[in-house]
Design a protein around this ligand. Structure first.
Ligand SMILES: [Zn+2]
Length: 465
């Protein structure tokens, strides 16, 4: 196992592959499954006997730890959801009855980035739990080339959310030279990246899109101004292969993606990145640290390769708060380990397939994901940003208005072509009519407190937003 002092030199490089924990990454599929079963059994046994949240639930469901004889037996355990966690926290704040350690053992608390008034989920970690999560986070950065002295530009803000604190600690443990740019505006970030010779850029698809636009306006040429840049974390949410290939070329970098949450579900693309031999790459789970299920929400059964389902996460052997079968409400396409040529026996998710079930909108009787608008709008490279407003008139008629902010230098004629082309594409692909206008407000590209986050679709029907 990698220890603190040896992280920057503990890996093993074989050809194009860089193993962070070779003792795990070189296991065969059957060895991985045997290890997971052992860890699952230990995790359930411990929760059954010592946890005031899980123990009574398992007993009420008539489950005994001895019932877990195969990995498939995990599905005998009840799924825990956000509402269960929030009710538990409300009844016994601030940690709920899931806390099984003394509070003096807690070294890190993170909160979900909940937007609702229902409150935020809390995750408490002991020193060993924290070490485990930092190990999980290290895989992806290591696979993308972060080592001792590597100059890494980090955009995640340090808040009560998980990403900033976990990533900052992880990069420090990897002894990378981390530029902490969350508080700077985009112009300043680009300046820092140039001055210190950025090698790895950690952002997401949303922000990469805006950053590139501003970089172009300011006259940056990535190949000239960031000559050492080679890895960009530019995934998260939806993106298309064509978009990713263009970004890869524009930033002369390989693109990478993470799936992560404060609930400790962590998965990463390997060194091959998020575009793999021209197709979508695999976001690998880390089978010795957690178990990711992808289940058909209607049946609760695992989906097949290439099918979408809900991600359910179990984190092994947590000291402070177990996390067993947490229903994330995240949707993703399941990909087995064999879908990636890297050879790791780590099943995972298809890159570019992550979304939220609760993001689905029903507009004019059509179910639509916000990502569909992204795909259709950003198919037009003349568009810098956009917003969608969904409204309902007094007579119940629904209206969809797409407002486009164009890049500089786009002519009036081109704007007209984009607007009519987009209207036709929505009608053809989605099945309803939209009005397409030009965005007339302040630029959508520059601002925002957390530049990594953006909400493009606003539902103004029925007082909800
Ligand atoms: Zn791989």
């Amino acid at each position: 196992m990698a220890s603190f002092s040896s992280w920057s030199s503990s890996g093993l490089t074989v050809g194009p592959r860089a193993y962070f924990e070779p003792e795990v990454e070189l296991l065969t599929a059957s060895e991985v499954h045997a290890l997971q079963l052992k860890l699952l059994q230990e995790t359930v046994e411990r929760a059954y006997h010592t946890n005031a949240f899980f123990g009574p639930r398992y007993r009420a469901a008539g489950i005994d730890p001895g019932d877990i004889r195969t990995l498939d037996d995990i599905r005998r355990l009840p799924i825990v959801r956000k509402d269960d966690i929030l009710a538990d926290i409300a009844a016994q704040p601030p940690y709920g009855t899931r806390l099984q350690a003394d509070t003096s053992e807690i070294v890190n608390v993170v909160e979900s980035s909940g937007t609702s008034r229902r409150g935020r989920e809390v995750q408490a970690l002991s020193a060993a739990d924290f070490d485990g999560i930092v190990r999980a986070e290290a895989f992806g950065f290591y696979w993308a080339g972060a080592r001792r002295g590597t100059v890494v530009a980090l955009m995640a803000p340090l808040t009560m959310a998980a990403a900033g604190v976990w990533w900052t600690h992880t990069l420090q443990r990897l002894e990378s030279n981390t530029l902490r740019l969350a508080d700077a505006d985009t112009e300043k970030r680009l300046e820092y990246m140039k001055r210190y010779g950025v090698e790895v850029l950690i952002t997401n698809a949303n922000y990469l899109r805006r950053m590139e636009h501003i970089a172009e306006q300011l006259g940056y040429e990535p190949a000239r101004d960031f000559p050492k840049l080679r890895s960009v974390f530019g995934g998260g949410g939806s993106w298309t292969l064509e978009w990713a290939r263009e970004r890869s070329e524009r930033w002369h970098s390989n693109l990478y993606e993470q799936y992560g949450s404060s609930q400790r579900a962590i998965a990463w693309t390997c060194e091959r990145g998020m575009v793999n031999s021209g197709g979508y790459g695999v976001i690998h789970g880390l089978p010795h640290l957690s178990l990711l299920e992808v289940l058909n929400p209607a049946t609760g059964e695992p989906v097949n390769e290439g099918e979408e389902g809900e991600v359910i996460v179990t984190v092994f052997n947590q000291e402070a708060q177990p996390q067993i079968r947490y229903g994330s409400n995240d949707r993703a396409i399941y990909m087995p380990a064999s879908a990636c040529p890297c050879g790791r026996a780590f099943d995972g998710l298809r890159a570019g397939s992550i979304g939220r079930y609760d993001d689905m909108l029903k507009i004019k009787n059509v179910n639509i994901w916000p990502e569909t608008f992204d795909r259709l709008v950003f198919a037009h490279p003349q568009v810098a940003e956009y917003r969608v407003d969904v409204t309902m008139a007094a007579d119940g008629r629904e209206d969809v208005v797409i407002a486009l902010e164009y890049k500089r230098g786009v002519t009036a004629e081109q704007r007209g072509q984009v607007a009519s082309g987009l209207g036709q594409a929505v009608r053809r692909d989605v099945g309803f009519s939209v009005s397409v206008h030009e965005w007339m407000g302040e630029s959508l590209v520059a601002g925002g407190a957390d530049l990594m986050k953006v909400k493009r679709v606003t539902d103004k029907r029925g007082g909800t937003s």
